[in-house]
Design a protein around this ligand. Structure first.
Ligand code: ADP
Ligand code: MG
Length: 385
């Protein structure tokens, strides 16, 4: 993969695709983590005397202008972080050595079009803005989109610092990880994550499973899960996965106890029950305290850990303990620990863990999972010679 070291940028205009897709409350940025993560590449380019034009998306505007998805608040934050003006209204006028930000690229339907020629025509317009392209939006490299993929066919292209770092870490997870290698999976969508689990069975030593996805696993063991999240159409696939795990000698650990409640609400009173005793009237909203200890014990001697997906509905404080216990266990692991996924990253931060407590917090959930699944990421493949 080509990196910034392979580009002669002095005196050139460089189009940088960043991931600035931050959560907004009105025009207030709730978590500026992705803006911060985009700064090192932009700063390096400016230090090397380039003029920088940044392209990014915000939310899913479905190809039309929506004022609430304007990148204007992000331009202001980027300007503060860079300590210099970021022109936004007429970016093509950015003077030499300056920085500008284009409006949300997804306001144009061609950005995400499935029709190659439509994306290519938009990429050709981007190409008129710059001499070189730098791909630094790790959260979107699994997307075949005009500002991620097609543009790299039209301009000399390389990976920015963030993309290079993220890929470097993921490569360590797929090529010869130190063992025991433990993967912790939670979150809500089983069907999304079955592919990852299938691929990981040939690589990992242990899998710990919690979160909303675990109820499909418990159901596959014939247990009743009450009104918990359940993907009934995935039960057979999960059963097959568990059999394969057995055959290849990968240990799958499921929770032994569950924190249940009657309603999906922060104030619904929690009760601890055994994993085979979830009442029909209740739903599982977190792993129980014995499971937290069990999972921590399966992590204590790990040398490599990848974690995606909260163990419970951590947004409700009474159901955050399982997620907190996993985060805590990761901080004591003697080896590489990686937290991937939008909600997982938000969880460790809102639970008060400093970023430095982990080896790496990935800015891209979907992209990291697809990489670990062994899929080709179009936005990365296009940067390879
Ligand atoms: P990530 O963004 O880290 O990849 P996901 O998007 O897959 O993670 O899942 C995160 C969501 O899963 C959180 O909003 C959390 O509330 C939800 N979740 C976790 N456990 C449960 C559960 N037992 N029931 C319902 N939702 C859950
Ligand atoms: Mg998520």
């Amino acid at each position: 993969m080509k990196t910034l070291d392979n580009l002669e940028v002095a005196g050139k205009r460089v189009l940088v695709r960043s991931d600035l897709n931050v959560p907004l409350d009105g025009t207030t940025i709730v978590d500026d983590g992705r803006v911060r993560a985009s700064v090192p590449t932009i700063r390096e380019l400016l230090d090397r005397d380039a003029t920088v034009v940044v392209a990014a998306h915000l939310g899913r505007p479905k190809g039309e202008f929506r004022s609430e998805l304007s990148l204007r608040p992000v331009a202001n934050r980027l300007s503060e972080l860079l300590h210099r003006p970021v022109s936004f209204d007429a970016p093509w006028t950015a003077t030499d050595g300056g920085v500008s930000l284009l409006e949300n690229v997804r306001f144009d339907p061609r950005e995400t079009s499935k029709v190659d020629s439509e994306r290519e025509s938009l990429a050709a317009e981007y190409a008129t803005l710059a001499d070189l392209f730098v791909s630094d939006g790790f959260g979107v490299v699994h997307r075949k989109q005009a500002s991620v993929f097609d543009i790299a066919h039209q301009l000399p292209a390389a990976a920015g610092q963030l993309v290079a770092t993220e890929i470097g870490v993921l490569r360590r997870l797929t090529e010869d990880p130190a063992r025991p290698y433990v993967v912790v999976l939670g979150g809500s969508k089983v069907s999304d994550k079955l592919g990852v689990i299938d691929n990981l069975l040939d690589r990992v030593d242990r899998l710990l499973i919690g979160g909303g996805m675990v109820y499909t696993f418990l159901a596959a063991q014939g247990k009743s899960v009450g009104s918990s999240l359940l993907e009934a159409d995935q039960v057979a696939a999960v059963r097959a996965l568990m059999e394969r795990a057995d055959a290849v000698g990968v240990e799958i650990t499921l929770p032994s106890d569950i924190l249940v409640a009657e309603k999906f609400a922060a104030d619904s009173p929690p009760t601890v029950v055994s994993d085979d005793a979830i009442p029909d009237t209740h739903m599982g909203l977190d792993i129980g305290p014995a499971s937290s200890e069990l999972f921590a014990s399966r992590l204590s001697d790990a040398r490599t850990v990848f974690w995606n997906g909260p163990m419970g509905v951590f947004e409700f404080p009474p159901f955050a303990a399982g997620t907190k216990a996993i985060a805590q266990a990761l901080t004591t692991v003697d080896g590489l620990t990686v937290v991937g996924g939008g909600d997982s990253a938000a969880a460790v931060r809102t639970l008060g863990f400093p970023d430095a407590a982990f080896g790496h917090i990935s800015t891209g959930g979907g992209a990291s999972l697809e990489y670990l699944e062994g899929k080709t990421l179009p936005g990365i493949a296009v940067l390879e010679d």
